[in-house]
Design a protein around this ligand. Structure first.
Ligand SMILES: [Zn+2]
Length: 350
């Protein structure tokens, strides 16, 4: 192993996240439609590295102004079903061969963008006073499906545990659970508990680290973890998650390790109070081996391109093990503990 590989290249990672706040490399242009999520990973990454204070108050405010510009408000008739945040302000279409903005056509809230937008606002020091809370909660309600799951947008989308998680985060952050039928949501989550004691994308489907994270974090945010799982199932879930450690973590049995699962499965073990069973040394060694020392950032596997998602989640995985110089992360909300404390102060003012 290179000597440098065991040292966290903090300065490089700060530069990496700052770069993504200004442009997206050409090979990643398809991510422009969800640009708010890239801003979430970058701002959260800078936050955990203790570098957000590099931006002065006026710059942080202009970042918040941009996020607020993505908020979809009720239409002329007061209909809130599209309310939430959209991911970008650069939706384009071709008209007579010329690219033109078509923001209105796609003006639609998206659950993942609403969640990441709210977290980023709080992380930047905003007090959420410009958030149309009742409208956004109605927008959440419009996306719940008959089976209790959530779609991410009204434009036609998948519906699964990822968006159940986003809906729970939004309801928790806005302190209003009227946007979901909680019994239906619980029944959907319960129905995804699998034969192998993890959570899959549906009844009796193979369990998956990302789905398990979304299910467990949703239950934690609802305060229902122990209502839904029996003590035996809870123990089985702990064991299932722990067995996903190879050196780093894999998302499913027999798959290759991937840096992001040091967060998804690591956070799950934190919420299940079982993280102390992790082999820290092996986990750290794997995550650090995916650190890119040339450009900063982390990739999913060694010698691959780094990206903002794996970079931020890799840092979170290191933070769980008490890595020197990294801030703490709230495992269920996936935001810094400092920002969660700010959020709780905001809640007291409502
Ligand atoms: Zn990954």
């Amino acid at each position: 192993m290179d000597a440098d590989e065991s040292v966290l290249a903090k300065k490089k990672h700060v530069e990496f996240f700052k770069m993504y706040l200004y442009f997206i490399p050409a090979r990643m242009f398809v991510l422009d439609s969800t640009r708010l999520s890239i801003v979430f990973f970058s701002i959260s990454g800078l936050e955990i590295l203790g570098a957000l204070s590099d931006y002065n108050e006026s710059t942080r405010k202009s970042m918040c102004d941009w996020i607020y510009s993505l908020q979809i408000h009720p239409d002329e008739d007061g209909d809130c079903s599209k309310c939430g945040f959209q991911g970008t302000d650069t939706f384009m279409t071709l008209e007579d061969g010329v690219a033109v903005h078509c923001n209105k056509m796609f003006a639609n809230g998206h659950l993942a963008m609403t969640y990441t937008g709210l977290v980023t606002l709080v992380t930047l020091g905003d007090d959420l006073s410009r958030v149309n809370r009742p409208a956004i909660i109605k927008g959440v309600a419009a996306l719940q499906q008959e089976d209790g799951s959530f779609a991410c947008t009204l434009l036609g989308s998948e519906n699964d545990m990822r968006f159940v998680y986003c809906a729970c985060c939004i309801c928790y952050i806005l302190q209003d659970w009227s946007g979901m039928d909680m019994d239906k949501t619980l029944s959907y989550i319960r129905g995804s508990f699998s034969y192998d004691y993890g959570f899959g994308q549906g009844p009796d489907l193979e369990s998956h680290g990302g789905v398990a994270y979304c299910a467990v974090a949703s239950l934690v945010l609802m305060g229902k973890l122990h209502d839904v799982l029996t003590p035996k199932e809870y123990e089985g879930l702990r064991r299932w998650a722990l067995m996903k450690q190879v050196a780093g973590f894999q998302g499913r049995a027999n798959k290759q390790e991937d840096t992001c699962y040091s967060f998804w499965v690591g956070a799950t073990l934190k919420m299940l109070d079982f993280y102390e069973m992790v082999n820290y040394e092996e986990n750290r060694k794997y995550v650090m081996s995916t650190q890119c020392l040339d450009t900063g950032g982390f990739s999913k596997v060694r010698f691959s391109y780094p990206d903002p998602l794996h970079s931020y989640l890799g840092l979170c995985g290191l933070s769980f093990m008490g890595e020197n110089g990294l801030g703490e992360v709230h495992p269920a909300l996936n935001m810094s503990m400092r920002a969660v404390n700010c959020l709780h102060k905001i809640h007291q003012s409502w």
